[in-house]
Design a protein around this ligand. Structure first.
Ligand SMILES: NC(=O)c1ccc[n+]([C@@H]2O[C@H](COP(=O)([O-])OP(=O)(O)OC[C@H]3O[C@@H](n4cnc5c(N)ncnc54)[C@H](O)[C@@H]3O)[C@@H](O)[C@H]2O)c1
Length: 440
């Protein structure tokens, strides 16, 4: 990568943008400029499933947060969200099934988008257009091109947006990342992240069936291809179907690869290879239960691994991340981190450090602070897009069986139309995503 394209990449990915003020321009928000810390923030929830309710409960840890309206396409999920708001705020929120009704409201400052991945981009873009700030769950979107359109929307409308991969807000992870950056591990040429998840079970192969009462299924599908209702392709298990998500490569990959990239810097990968399949799960899910992805970065190799049905992962941890240097290896997950010395070296002192608290409250607090200060949050869309792109490239390599060479400046797969087609997605009519780059 030459200097100009490298500079452009840094600008585009905003990997270092935390703390920068937003550019001037159209501002519709009730928070056009810095506001007092105590000022109310009225948050609407879009997608009130397990994670959406978890996010909302975390927002409620902050006394200035109210929730005037919750949105879901399923009455049952809406009822659960109403229960939560009543419990935490002693108030009954309005309920709607069409998120566009949320965006029209003047009593909403920010939205939490916790829908399935195929429904992250459009609500985020339209929320930005409507002058709302956005906390959007990970991965940033279903595809790379959608992520770029989301960045464009946030920039054009001066919005504060945070992606919800919370470990970036963990002081414990920050300490470990700082240690890697000291260089004490020596030259780090190999970093790995793995998720061996023994709790994932086969989900069977139910026949297509009637849409459950109280569900607006057409709105659940949204921009995804039309098809009959299947109970597996719905709440939670949507993760295992390509129309809506990317399996564990993106679901867990974004969380764990985020930590690796945080320590290793913002350079993009040059190429990606991936191999895997469904070897264990006998059900109608589509994404691989076993996958290994190898990324070639300019100065190191990154390896992603996932495996379901077993829990014996690397370094005796079911999931985690490791940084292997010439002097030793740092291994980390939520239960703590440790430094392992190379058997033939003595520069490093082997040591163990405990895990820290759940970083989600700090991640949400950072978003709320930025809404008021109009600074960029720690996992702004540039940061979220960078890690999500890395994860998506793994699936593009897997699905094509090709080694993918990535042009980060153009955000295109080099000389491979089949792989490049998977960078974008075609929306089912009448849905359209504004701000897609030309040719996407
Ligand atoms: N940050 C984390 O640690 C973490 C953990 C779990 C899940 N997630 C992310 O959160 C998102 C949701 O995951 P989940 O497990 O809660 O899924 P879920 O299926 O339990 O919930 C999604 C909800 O969105 C609703 N929905 C679908 N289309 C909608 C629309 N057009 N408008 C409004 N609501 C709509 C569904 O009816 C459902 O209630 C995913 O993107 C996932 O990757 C993040």
């Amino acid at each position: 990568m030459n200097n100009v394209s490298r500079r452009n990449f840094l600008r585009q990915s905003s990997v270092f943008a935390a703390g920068l003020p937003l550019a001037g321009g159209l501002v519709l928000s009730p928070f056009p400029r810095a506001a007092a810390a105590s000022e109310k923030v009225r948050v609407a929830l879009i997608g009130s499933g397990a994670m959406g309710r978890g996010d909302l409960a975390t927002f409620f840890l902050n006394p200035e947060v109210d929730c005037p309206v919750v949105c879901d396409v399923d009455d049952k999920q809406l009822a659960e969200a109403v229960k939560l708001v009543k419990e935490k705020r002693d108030a009954t929120p309005d309920t709607v099934k069409d998120f566009r009704r949320v965006l029209e409201r003047k009593d909403v400052d920010a939205v939490v988008v916790a829908t399935p991945d195929h429904w992250h981009a459009l609500p985020t873009v339209l929320a930005c257009q409507a002058g709302k700030d956005v906390y959007v769950e990970k991965p940033l979107a279903l595809t790379i091109a959608e992520g770029r359109a989301m960045i464009e929307a946030a920039q054009r409308h001066n919005r504060v947006c945070q992606m919800g991969a919370q470990r970036l807000s963990s002081p414990t992870y920050a300490q470990a990342v700082d240690f890697v950056k000291t260089g004490k591990l020596g030259k780090v040429g190999l970093v790995r992240a793995w998720a061996y998840l023994d709790w994932i079970r086969p989900i069977g192969s139910p026949a297509d069936g009637p849409v459950p009462p109280g569900v607006d299924y057409d709105m659940w599908l949204g921009p995804a291809p039309d098809r009959p209702f299947n109970s597996n392709r719905f709440h939670f298990n949507f993760r295992w179907f390509w129309d809506y998500a990317g399996g564990l490569m993106t679901d867990w990959g974004v969380h764990l690869i985020q930590v690796l990239l945080w320590a290793m810097g913002p350079e993009p990968p040059k190429s990606v290879m991936s191999s895997g399949g469904k070897y264990v799960l006998e059900d109608n899910s589509e994404t691989p239960d076993t996958q290994i992805t190898v990324y070639e970065f300019p100065t190191y190799t990154l390896v992603w691994e996932h495996k379901v049905g077993v829990g014996l992962g690397l370094y005796n941890r079911p999931w985690g991340m490791s940084f292997t240097g010439t002097e030793g290896t740092l291994v980390i997950n939520d239960s703590g981190w440790e430094i392992l010395r190379e058997p033939t070296k003595d520069a490093l002192e082997p040591k163990k450090y405990p895990g820290g608290a759940d970083p989600r409250p700090a991640h949400v607090r950072n978003f709320l602070d930025c809404i008021k200060s109009r600074q960029q949050p720690i996992e702004n869309l540039g940061v979220g897009h960078h890690v999500s792109t890395v994860a998506h490239l793994g699936n593009i390599a897997l699905r094509t069986g090709h080694k993918v060479n990535w042009d980060t400046q153009a955000e295109r797969v080099i000389a491979d139309p089949k792989a490049d087609a998977l960078v974008s997605v075609s929306y089912r009519k009448p849905w359209q995503l504004p701000y897609l780059s030309p040719g996407r």
